[in-house]
Design a protein around this ligand. Structure first.
Ligand SMILES: [Zn+2]
Length: 381
């Protein structure tokens, strides 16, 4: 299968350095549907980049015809990858300004709305074309004004993705089950993706001020919801298990699942062979999807060594001890231990990898169908 490799330079921040984004593309750039996949925006989360490496190999083999356009950015954050702190990659936050790489994407919803209002008609397909043009124009203007390499990186990723029908941003937890974040605007439309990825839980989000990649991509479509528009770009944040699970065997499995998504969405031929049992049917109960307010972040009230009592994937009940937090300096060892408990019934889907918690650290996450947290707390860093 013909693959085109393109390199998009980022503006250098110091003399004698240069970074770029590498993009692998398949199919006619004007063909639809378009799928966009990126990995490693949090640069140390390598499950996505390795899965995309295997997806590229699979697509190169040319088993099935490419019907649409595929764009793959396996390393979406070369800046973060270059940040090495005493031997360890520090790829979640930018050293230069302290920002989380998956926050602070530009909110262009208002500008796009002003550009398209008046031009929208009763023709949803024409409206989608108009929206994509406006989004592309606004982002092109923003790129010209980007003050730093990081701003330019964020805008460039959005420009690459903004005319896609489907955009997947691949991350991983420290320890975690496969799970998704999807804006409520795109649910249950994304339920086939959850099912094909064998996602254990989908966290349904509403807009916050944090502006992760998927929020920023969804914002213009949400702004004009109800004005004759379909959501033109289904964007999801995909968490592919934990950092210690990264390896060829699971990455090949993930690549196979991503390939099935490309087929099911009509980007690659062969989707008609995917049975209803694999992607579900409209009248079937959806995969477990809970409001993101149902994310119970179990936080350490004191510092201590973590000893988990239950493994990932456990269905826990409210009040059940999840872990002990141990202080070996306590005068009385019997008092140097506290239980951390679940606030609600739900699925233990993520755990901290380091077995020490400073005060306030997140030790584990439980997904409950009942709201337990404030709206935006899922986007705490
Ligand atoms: Zn991440």
């Amino acid at each position: 299968m013909t693959r085109i490799v393109s390199r998009f330079p980022l503006p250098p921040m110091s003399l004698g350095t240069e970074r770029h984004l590498t993009v692998h593309s398949y199919g006619d750039p004007d063909a639809t549907p378009k799928a966009y996949l990126q990995g490693g925006l949090h640069a140390g989360e390598l499950a996505g980049p390795l899965a995309l490496h295997h997806l590229i190999r699979r697509l190169d083999a040319g088993e099935d015809e490419i019907l649409g356009h595929i764009m793959i950015v396996p390393i979406a954050n070369p800046i973060g990858q270059s940040q090495v702190m005493r031997g360890t990659m520090a790829g979640r936050f930018a050293e230069s300004d302290g920002s989380n790489f998956n926050r602070g994407f530009p909110d262009i919803a208002q500008e796009v709305a002003e550009a398209v209002r008046g031009g929208l008609t009763g023709d949803a397909a024409a409206n989608t074309v108009l929206m994509r043009e406006a989004i592309g124009d606004v982002l092109a203007d923003r790129a010209g004004m980007a003050a730093t390499e990081i701003d330019y990186l964020r805008i460039t990723l959005m420009r690459l993705a903004c005319d896609a029908d489907l955009a997947l941003d691949l991350h991983c937890e420290e320890e975690g089950l496969v799970h998704l974040y999807v804006d409520t605007l795109n649910w249950p439309d994304a339920s086939d993706i959850a099912r094909l990825l064998d996602s254990r839980v989908t966290l349904l989000t509403n807009p916050t001020a944090a502006m992760s990649f998927d929020e920023a991509m969804t914002a213009p479509w949400r702004k004009l919801e109800g004005e004759g528009l379909d959501s033109g770009c289904l964007t999801a944040t995909v968490e592919l298990r934990g950092a210690a699970d990264v390896g060829d065997a699971l990455a090949e499995e993930d690549a196979d699942r991503l390939y099935r998504i490309l087929q099911s969405r009509g980007v690659v031929a062969g989707g008609e062979e995917i049975g209803a049992e694999e992607i579900g049917t409209d009248d079937e109960a959806p995969m477990r999807a809970v409001p993101v307010e149902g994310m119970d972040r179990i936080v350490a009230p004191t510092p201590g060594i973590i000893s988990f009592r239950v493994p990932l994937g456990t269905e826990v009940t409210a009040g059940q001890p999840i872990a002990d937090l141990i202080d070996p300096t306590a005068d009385d060892p019997a008092e140097g231990r506290i239980e951390l408990t679940a606030a609600c019934d739900g699925l233990l889907y993520a755990r901290r990898i380091q077995r020490f918690a400073h005060t306030g650290a997140t030790v584990a996450k439980v997904a409950s169908s009942r709201p337990v947290t404030a709206t935006s707390s899922h986007l705490t860093d």
